[in-house]
Design a protein around this ligand. Structure first.
Ligand SMILES: *[C@@H]1O[C@H](CO)[C@@H](O)[C@H](O)[C@H]1NC(C)=O
Ligand SMILES: [Fe+2]
Length: 443
């Protein structure tokens, strides 16, 4: 036998072993993933003077305006935003309004809200708040498809929140949608300030559209503290523009093709409620020929096989599910449960090809940690297609009027890994579901 052949023969077992070894390594890597415990809370300080803007965040107001929100400790600072398309050169200026609130013994800083525009789509603007301090910049959402949403729920402000935010910031996106539970301040108001500071590097650069969760309620009835005081002051959303009279539910259009509805799980939703009547009117205005995509967010999930928060979304589901089904909502995002779960298309507790896809994305990283326990015998278990208790965030890339790509990014031992991915087809493009005109007659 030639020497070369011998070498080859000797290396065959090595080769097989190597493959086998890699196989094991592959499996070992998957099972080696250490499911993290709750992260340490990160307190973010403001080190500049009291006149210096802090907690800067922006939200879209219609498709041509942006609301800039920030806080100054110094009460004399003006609610003024200078802005323009060239860094350091502000050829426009807008003035707005300010408020502050008293929460038991805590007095907030001066909360400024200034609406700027009209702005061009898909354009970077540079801006400065109160005439002092750092320059910020944001990019407006595109005027037409494609558009990319980041969806992150139950963020809080821990090391895992930091990891989620780092992953969100690493890949570009156009707008962030958040189905509730922001700061986990839980009555301790300085944590709202700390949260605002931690979000600023992200929330000042892309529009962040949020809706309330249970952690935003913070009622202290005994002391006359109404619910949502901090949330409504600090995270002012564009509700009037959609005919809503409450910051707790509203809707808006993005990229001329996506209608987004934010619903309130913690305000009245029964058929006589203002929210219900508003939703009926809002859905009636949706023209799927113009906005082929219809997506809805709220906090407490209607479909959930995790043992955490069982049944909490049930009365809202009973009240509103038929409305959303008849409107052919494409996908519904919820939070609340600190895990990820994706369902099939559902209506009335059964698979239905014209119902929305339900996704729970409450895994942003808050201090309460993960909801680890999924019930494989749950009555909805056969409708649940993917579930995992890990921190992470989601991305919905709407490509055109028919196709969108959903992906779930897990904070895999702090690196960003896509664990679940799915192509969605809009229901407006499905002749079987008769997206469009006939729906309005059903409503
Ligand atoms: C947040 O994450 C970044 C990037 O991974 C890291 O450099 C930074 O130290 C983290 N901050 C804290 C307070 O953990
Ligand atoms: Fe919650």
């Amino acid at each position: 036998m030639s020497k070369a052949w011998l070498v080859f023969m000797q290396s065959v077992p090595t080769f097989i072993l190597l493959c086998y070894g890699f196989g094991i390594i592959g499996i070992a890597m998957a099972s080696d993933y250490t499911r993290p415990g709750p992260g340490r809370v990160i307190l973010t300080q403001h080190s500049d003077s009291g006149s210096y803007p802090e907690q800067v965040h922006v939200s879209a107001v219609g498709t041509e305006y942006m609301r800039i929100s920030w806080i100054t400790d110094d009460q004399s600072m003006p609610s003024k935003v200078e802005y323009g398309k060239v860094s350091g050169k502000y050829d426009a200026v807008a003035k707005g309004e300010s408020s502050r609130y008293l929460f038991y013994v805590y007095l907030s800083g001066k909360i400024h809200n200034v609406k700027i525009g009209p702005l061009e789509p898909d354009t970077v603007y540079y801006y400065r708040c109160s005439g002092v301090g750092d320059e910020f910049s944001f990019k407006t959402a595109p005027g037409s498809l494609p558009v990319e949403f980041v969806i992150a729920g139950d963020l809080g402000q821990t090391e895992w929140t930091n990891s989620t935010l780092t992953h969100i910031g690493k890949l570009d996106y156009d707008m962030l949608l958040m189905p509730g539970d922001l700061s986990y301040a839980d009555w301790h108001q300085p944590l709202w300030d700390s949260f605002g500071r931690m979000m600023q590097p992200y929330a000042s650069t892309r529009p962040w559209m949020v809706v309330e969760g249970n952690h935003e309620i913070e009622a202290l009835t005994f002391f006359g503290m109404a619910p949502f005081i901090a949330y409504n002051h600090r995270w002012r959303m564009p509700y009037e523009e959609s005919g809503s009279n409450s910051n707790l539910y509203y809707s808006f259009n993005v990229a001329g093709a996506v209608h987004v509805i934010m619903l309130g799980s913690y305000t009245d939703f029964g058929s006589n409620s203002a929210q219900y009547k508003w939703l009926v009117a809002d859905l009636a205005k949706v023209d799927r020929a113009v906005t082929p995509w219809l997506i809805v967010l709220f906090h407490a999930p209607w479909y959930n096989t995790n043992t955490a928060h069982q049944g909490e979304g049930e009365s809202m589901r009973v009240a509103m599910e038929a409305l959303l089904y008849k409107a052919r909502v494409d996908v519904i995002f919820a939070g609340h449960v600190h895990a990820y779960e994706r369902f099939t298309r559902i209506y009335n507790e059964a698979e239905n090809s014209c119902g929305p896809v339900y996704i729970t994305i409450g895994d942003g990283g808050n201090r309460e940690g993960l909801a680890l326990d999924f019930d494989s015998k749950h009555k909805y278990a056969h409708l649940s297609l993917f579930r995992e208790a890990s921190f992470g965030h989601g991305r919905l890339r709407v490509i055109d009027s028919k196709k969108a790509l959903w992906s779930w990014h897990r904070n895999d031992d702090s690196t960003d890994t896509v664990r679940d991915q799915l192509w969605l087809l809009s229901l407006s493009s499905s002749s079987a579901c008769q997206g469009g005109t006939k729906i309005k007659d059903e409503l």
